[in-house]
Design a protein around this ligand. Structure first.
Ligand code: 4AD
Ligand code: MG
Length: 511
């Protein structure tokens, strides 16, 4: 059987008032007298299609009525402009051909628990928000390649099986490589450095593995990382590039994924800020002072802001609880009509959900306050510290010059103050936390060897890496962007598992 020529929903603007054939699935369906409204999805988009009993044969109209969610079909019809409809068009069906009437679809409109949705990830991907999110991911990837290719970077690939740890030994996945232990790559960086010595400016873009034995909304066990590495770059040049790069990607995605961001109900104010505002560059010492409330940001104090927010949330919860009581009293009063009772009951349910969300926010704050007040200089930032800090800023920030002890062995020590290394973390606003980690690299052979030994890493595994400091060592720098963290922040979703087609994290290997 040959498949006849067909069109895509995305191309509808070229076919106004003309006949098209589309192929896809029923994402939603509503029957009314003599009409069946089908929301079709064809991969390229969603559109409302109308089957009218007056215009179709009885047999075809019956077929339309038989369709279940996710049934597959071919539709032919006329594309009619209608601003009120998704995509701005409607398809008036002239002929309908069922491919399969689907079994009862497990994902319905009602709220499902997250575990259920992740168990059904292979189907959940068809849902509108997930569809939009994967399109954002695709555009982020495209924009990343675009940026680096336009700036004369070479994309080069690092191996996945490696003999050495790049980012500490605690998160390694060990495999058996012909009888020898090998680790799945935690980062392509060390190889990226070798490649930069051959090609100047390169970037790797590959899968990355970290055994993170905890479930957080920011951590995956398998994720994708983009790691540029540049010869003859110092920390400042690195930060300039990071900022330029992130701005370019955000700009591209907001421009080309307008529809997707709308579907995701993304408030794009922070994205606009990321494009337009200069990212503040904050020394680690200052960041610590800000977290502890010893230093204000534009008149805003971390501790006072948190206390104030907690009070506001609690007041809001009290007000909502009062509203519930009022509505319950009205219902109990016995004077309401059935419709009004239902209306109030629905309202109460909505308010209860709102309270649940607020309560969740309120529950976090005492912890944040506690860890902010007691933050010890010299420590790495935890998720809550990042949130406390970034809440005070309207765009991503870059924290640089980190204590040597909390950062990786390859970072260059600040010659003016060797207690610090020339590392930089970019923290996204809105509580999304670290999206980029980078550094100027230690380019001195002795210093690097000393750091490797100090970290008790096996020196033999780093022989080749040390060679780079023997044969024409130069200052160089680079960074790593976590693709899913970037997609998550741009989409404004809450959990990183939605930013990758098939997430792998602690306890999740299927589907
Ligand atoms: O800060 P990280 O560990 O830095 C590196 O791996 C360096 N070798 C990068 C470089 O300089 N070439 O990781 C970089 C980024 C983080 O900022 C974060 O966005 C992401 O990778 N990331 C994760 N994303 C999802 N799940 C995890 N478990 C992640 N761990 C890091
Ligand atoms: Mg990091």
């Amino acid at each position: 059987m040959r498949i006849e020529k067909f069109q895509y929903i995305r191309e509808f603007s070229q076919f106004e008032n003309r006949e098209v054939t589309i192929k896809g699935w029923v994402s939603n369906k509503r029957d009314s007298k003599g009409l069946v409204f089908i929301i079709m999805r064809d991969g390229s988009g969603f559109t409302q299609c109308v089957a009218d009993a007056a215009k179709l044969s009885a047999e075809q109209f019956e077929a339309a009525k038989r369709l279940t969610l996710e049934s597959s079909l071919t539709l032919t019809g006329t594309v009619v402009k209608d601003e009120r409809q998704i995509g701005g068009y409607e398809l008036q069906i002239t002929s309908l051909d069922i491919i399969q009437v689907a079994d009862e679809y497990p994902i319905s409109k009602k709220e499902h628990g997250v575990e259920f949705l992740v168990d059904n990830r292979h189907l959940w991907l068809r849902s509108k928000k997930q569809w939009a999110m994967m399109r954002v991911r695709n555009r982020v990837i495209f924009a990343i390649h675009n940026f680096f290719q336009q700036n004369d970077f070479l994309q080069m690939d690092a191996p996945i099986f490696t003999g050495n740890a790049c980012e500490g030994t605690s998160t390694l996945f060990e495999t058996d490589f012909y009888g020898r232990p090998a680790y799945l790559s935690q980062s392509g960086q060390l190889y990226g450095e070798a490649l930069a010595m051959a090609h100047g400016k390169i970037y790797t873009f590959g899968p990355t593995f970290r055994a993170e034995k905890s479930k957080t909304r920011r951590h995956l066990s398998e994720f994708w990382m983009i790691e540029p590495e540049m010869a003859f770059y110092d920390l400042d040049m690195n930060m300039d590039l990071i900022e330029q790069f992130l701005k370019a990607v955000v700009k591209d995605v907001t421009e080309f994924c307008k529809e997707e961001l709308e579907i995701l109900e993304r408030n794009t104010a922070f994205l606009e800020n990321a494009i337009n505002l200069k990212f503040p560059r904050i020394h680690y010492d200052d960041a610590v002072a800000i977290i502890r409330g010893e230093k204000d940001v534009d008149g805003k104090n971390s501790i006072l802001t948190l206390e104030n927010d907690l009070k506001e949330i609690n007041d809001k919860i009290t007000a909502l609880q009062n509203e519930i009581t009022e509505r319950e009293n009205k219902i109990a009063g016995g004077t309401l009509k059935a419709g009004e009772i239902n209306f109030n009951k629905n309202k109460i349910d909505t308010i209860k959900n709102e309270i649940k969300d607020l309560q969740e926010k309120a529950d976090n704050i005492p912890q944040w306050l506690n860890s902010a007040r007691n933050f010890e200089h010299g420590n790495d930032f935890g998720g809550s510290d990042e949130t406390v800090l970034t809440r005070l800023f309207a765009c991503p920030i870059m924290v640089y010059n980190w204590p040597t002890a909390v950062k990786a062995f390859y970072m260059k020590r600040d010659p003016n103050d060797p207690r610090y290394v020339k590392g930089v973390d970019v923290l996204a606003p809105e509580g999304y936390g670290e999206i980029v980690g980078g550094a100027e690299r230690e380019d001195n052979y002795e210093m690097l060897l000393e750091r490797i030994k100090h970290e008790e890493l096996p020196v033999e595994a780093f022989d080749w890496y040390l060679d780079l400091r023997k044969y024409g060592t130069v200052p160089h720098a680079g960074f790593g962007l976590g693709l899913e963290r970037m997609v998550l922040w741009i989409s404004g979703a809450t959990h990183i598992r939605e930013a990758i087609p098939f997430p792998r994290f602690y306890g999740r290997l299927e589907p």
